[in-house]
Design a protein around this ligand. Structure first.
Ligand SMILES: *[C@@H]1O[C@H](CO)[C@@H](O)[C@H](O)[C@H]1NC(C)=O
Ligand SMILES: *[C@@H]1O[C@H](CO)[C@@H](O)[C@H](O)[C@H]1NC(C)=O
Length: 595
């Protein structure tokens, strides 16, 4: 069996001469690194109360390849995929000891949607915020659950995530603070969470050929082959948490037969409630919805249908009224409907069409605009010129496969460049990153190579607007992006109804002429958003927290070189912190002796 192709990732020379000046001091760093309290609590799931001390919630994650019950190999966390749910209260300290037991592969764990206030080095991006966790090592992640909502964690690498390394994160707050608590009776956390992933027939980390041709063969809800069951009592309303845990362009259409869904949050942030029959979730997006058991007592299908790379795939769960005998339903398949839509209910809600719960009254001031043109471009270059590390953590530095890159298929790029992972973690050793590997966003043409460390340096406070234009000259695909560390206001999104490409320059011109309409009143706050083909999405952020935050295409990973930029908000990490974090390449804690 082609379980694992053993490859070694050589992490480039990293010098530790402490060149970076590290004067400033972050108060939270101390709190996290010092073991101030002994009473760590593994079962942090509890009703959240006011005026009680936050807890330390400690999780041990052993990540290793294993064979699932259905004989399909997966990379699992503590023998499970999805991994253990993390369910804590607001302001708890979450500590996850991630042990890498995947032979000869590096990994890093990303906490998708978690803002990492004061702990940018816990964001889980190899060579950007940390040294990758090498085989046999343990990285101790520690961060404060500083915002409530529905999140998830996954390995930073698309391949590892697709192979099974992901799980849910729920951060609760005291009930009276929940903005929509009056709309539901039950919030049962992971019991009422549907986490949906795209499954492949074999381990992606085991394939070294061209991955762009590898398509998923099924969708899994909460990982299992048996159908998930949501039990409800007639007349009551339930808060469901939906997570699209796919790492490829796999939008998911979801509905509950004959039931309305009231959407109350997107990407963990509250929205003005909207009632709908169908929701569409892009990869990495989360949505909280309320379903009231107001139909005739019985059993109803929860249907999930994939689109784009997942088109033709479906999965189902069951919404079961208490007392209903669902034995017969276990052997059934949901009957097909036209376009996978419920008859008579064609409206589809997706996250960036929603409105933030509260209207804003103060106008944005001093907004700086940045234009990012995204497209699939045909580029002539030698494969050996390029850096494939962390495209998939499992790939060796000189893989066999990317012959396609030089062919007509092209690569997806931002402003004509692919992202290059820095030679040393940029956040921790900014002065040690090779200066000639860096290119400034907007000035990429000055750089000769196909790949460069694309950096948007945010010089001062104020508001930044990033216009992502999916030009559509070389492709008909939409792309889903994820912003690390921040929730952005998604103030505009548009797709050309005439199906004509739009260049970054065209967009710029339209914008100057005042033809781009923005929602400055109640744009939804999101960390994951789609950029429609031959269209654009505009986001706004107030970069007030230091760090090297990745803005990455989360759905481009399998078919091209990395597609991302670093939003660099200046910050000097104290030497004390840098020294206490694992070093690149040679970090092997004493208590781990594998092999
Ligand atoms: C439930 O239905 C199945 C067949 O549909 C039947 O065999 C079984 O006895 C029923 N169970 C109960 C508790 O009524
Ligand atoms: C995009 O779609 C159009 C038809 O709508 C087709 O002619 C064209 O070849 C497609 N382009 C790519 C790159 O697939």
């Amino acid at each position: 069996m082609k379980l694992l192709v053993l490859c070694v990732i050589i992490v480039a020379n990293v010098s530790y001469n402490g060149k970076a000046s590290l004067e400033s001091f972050m108060p939270t760093a101390n709190v996290l690194l010092a073991d101030t309290t002994k009473n760590s609590d593994k079962s942090c799931q509890r009703p959240c109360k006011f005026n009680v001390k936050p807890r330390r919630c400690v999780y041990d994650f052993d990540i290793e390849p294993a064979i699932q019950e259905n004989d399909i190999p997966a990379i699992m966390i503590n023998g499970m995929t999805p991994g253990p749910p993390i369910h804590v209260c607001l302001n708890d300290v979450v500590i996850v000891k991630v042990k890498n037991k995947v032979p000869d592969q590096d990994l890093a764990m990303h906490w998708h949607g978690v803002e990492q206030k004061g702990t940018p080095y816990m964001d889980g991006v190899p060579m950007v915020t940390q040294c990758p966790v090498s085989y046999g090592s343990t990285y101790e992640y520690a961060f404060i659950a500083s915002t409530p909502g529905t999140f998830f964690y996954h390995s930073n690498s698309v391949a590892h995530q697709s192979d099974g390394v992901y799980g849910s994160i729920i951060v609760d707050q005291p009930q009276p603070l929940e903005p929509h608590v009056s709309l539901y009776d039950y919030d049962r956390g992971e019991e009422n969470t549907l986490m949906i992933a795209a499954k492949f027939p074999s381990l992606l980390t085991g394939i070294i050929e061209d991955l762009s041709q590898v398509l998923p063969t099924s969708l899994a809800i909460n990982g299992n082959e048996d159908r998930s069951k949501l039990f409800v009592i007639p007349g009551y309303a339930y808060r469901l948490r939906l997570i699209n845990a796919a790492a490829i362009e796999c939008p998911l259409l979801l509905n509950v037969d004959r039931h309305d869904m009231m959407v109350i949050a997107t990407d963990g942030k509250p929205v003005k409630p909207v009632s709908t029959r169908h929701v569409l979730l892009y990869p990495g997006e989360r949505m909280d919805v309320v379903v009231r058991a107001d139909q005739e007592a019985g059993g109803y299908w929860v249907r999930v249908h994939g689109r784009d790379k997942c088109s033709g795939l479906s999965a189902s769960a069951m919404l079961l009224y208490s007392g209903f005998n669902y034995t017969a339903m276990l052997d059934e398949e949901p009957k097909k409907t036209k376009n996978n839509l419920e008859p008579g209910a064609a409206s589809i809600i997706y996250g960036q069409k929603l409105q933030y719960l509260r209207d804003s009254t103060n106008a944005a001031e001093n907004v700086k605009s940045v234009y990012l043109g995204i497209d699939r471009n045909t580029v002539k270059f030698k494969d050996s010129d390029n850096d494939y590390r962390y495209l998939s953590d499992a790939l060796p530095t000189k893989p066999f496969y990317p012959a396609e890159l030089s062919t007509s298929n092209g690569v997806i790029q931002i402003n004509g460049k692919n992202f290059l992972y820095p030679n040393t973690p940029m956040l921790l050793k900014p002065m040690d990153v090779k200066p000639d590997s860096i290119c400034k966003v907007g000035e990429e043409e000055k750089h000769k190579q196909t790949q460069c460390v694309q950096v948007l340096k945010v010089e001062d406070k104020g508001e930044y607007e990033l216009a992502l234009v999916n030009e559509g000259f070389g492709s008909n695909d939409s792309y889903t992006f994820h912003l690390h560390g921040y929730s952005a206001e998604v103030i505009a999104t548009w797709q050309n109804p005439n199906n004509l490409p739009i260049s970054r320059e065209d967009f710029h011109k339209l914008d100057k002429e005042g033809k781009i309409i923005r929602n400055e009143r109640n744009a939804p706050l999101k960390d994951t958003f789609t950029v429609p083909n031959k269209g654009f999405t505009i986001i706004r952020i107030q970069p007030d927290r230091g760090g090297t935050w990745l803005l990455e295409c989360r759905s481009c990973g399998l078919s091209s070189l990395p597609v991302a930029v670093i939003i660099n908000v200046p910050l000097a990490i104290p030497k004390l912190v840098v020294d206490s974090l694992p070093k690149c390449g040679n970090y092997k804690p004493a208590d781990v002796l594998l092999n």
